[in-house]
Ligand binder design. Structure first.
Ligand code: SF4
Length: 313
């Protein structure tokens, strides 16, 4: 016999061992949305006059962020919401995600803007990967793709007047990234984590917010199914982040054995981040402006370094 919902006694659809509850679809949706709103409130992610750019990929996480922020925009009519979609140029992967994302924006009545690597950088990620191979550049496509995407997002959001960029990073992403940085000895990058990204404020840098930071990835998937959000899972042929996969497997195994492990990592992070931010903002992290006009921690920003390595400048 199906387990009953711990709250209303209907048939449950999910068991959440870390809170010792089983929930039916309706109670889960309420539980899920309340938690995201709590993340937003607790971290003051939204102000009444904010203009939010959702970094929309068409996948489950960013489509969920868009759904929830759009529902909240009725309560803060002075705030604005739009989406930015970056097209890296991976046929058979990004095309369908972009189509879904754009269509969903239209259904919700949210404006969206698509910017492509091809138009902005002169080449798709596929062309870049070929060029990198020819030039003997020893980097995985994700290394430069991520840098280009982040920079384009920041630049376009700023040009469009956004005060914040909302990304779809969930609890699993946050824990994986923190543990990866810890294993790599990159403590400064841990300082940049948190519900709002960054160590120091700079007017060239549009703050990035993560409304799903307290939300487990598998629950985002269930939410999209229950709410019939038309997100799809695509796998980029260049995706080979084996280190992330390895770290993720360890945390998932620990979560199975010790429910609540992700939240324990997050709680430790939340203790550490303010201390690290304070330390790095005073000592090691200095905001500079690169020759291209973008903010950077080094004299030449990573975007320009990658462009030079690939011969794009
Ligand atoms: Fe870019 Fe890597 Fe994502 Fe593919 S998997 S879109 S190469 S960051």
């Amino acid at each position: 016999m199906a387990e009953k919902c711990s709250r209303c006694r209907k048939a449950s659809v999910v068991n959440l061992p870390y809170v010792n509850q089983s929930l039916c679809g309706d109670c889960f949706v309420k539980f899920f949305e309340r938690r995201v709103k709590r993340t937003i409130r607790k971290n003051e992610l939204l102000g009444p006059k904010d203009k939010i750019a959702v970094a929309l990929s068409g996948g489950k996480d960013s489509m969920t962020v868009l759904t929830i922020l759009q529902s909240l925009s009725y309560k803060a009519p002075a705030s604005e919401l739009f989406a930015i979609i970056i097209d890296e140029g991976v046929p058979g992967y990004r095309d369908e995600l972009i189509k879904r994302g754009a269509k969903y924006c239209e259904e919700l009545g949210v404006d969206y803007h698509i910017f492509s690597f091809k138009k902005e950088l002169g080449m798709t990620i596929m062309d870049m990967a070929k060029k990198a191979e020819k030039r003997g550049v020893d980097m995985l496509p994700c290394s430069y793709c991520g840098v280009f995407r982040r920079q384009l997002l920041n630049q376009k959001a700023r040009e469009l007047g956004a005060t914040k960029i909302a990304t779809g990073h969930n609890l699993d992403d946050e824990c994986e990234t923190a543990m990866m940085n810890l294993f790599k000895g990159d403590v400064c990058s841990i300082a940049r984590a948190g519900a709002t990204v960054g160590v120091v404020k700079n007017k060239l840098f549009v703050p990035r917010i993560k409304p799903l930071r307290d939300t487990p990835e598998d629950e985002v998937l269930l939410y999209t199914k229950l709410k019939k959000i038309p997100a799809i899972k695509g796998t980029c042929p260049y995706s080979r982040d084996s280190f992330r996969t390895a770290v993720s497997k360890v945390i998932v195994e620990l979560e199975k054995k010790y429910p609540g492990m992700h939240y324990q990592i997050l709680a430790s992070l939340d203790e550490l981040i303010p201390i690290l931010k304070e330390h790095y903002s005073k000592s090691k992290w200095e905001a500079r402006v690169c020759g291209c006009g973008e903010v950077s921690s080094q004299e030449t920003c990573k975007f320009c370094q990658m462009k030079t390595a690939l011969g794009l400048d």
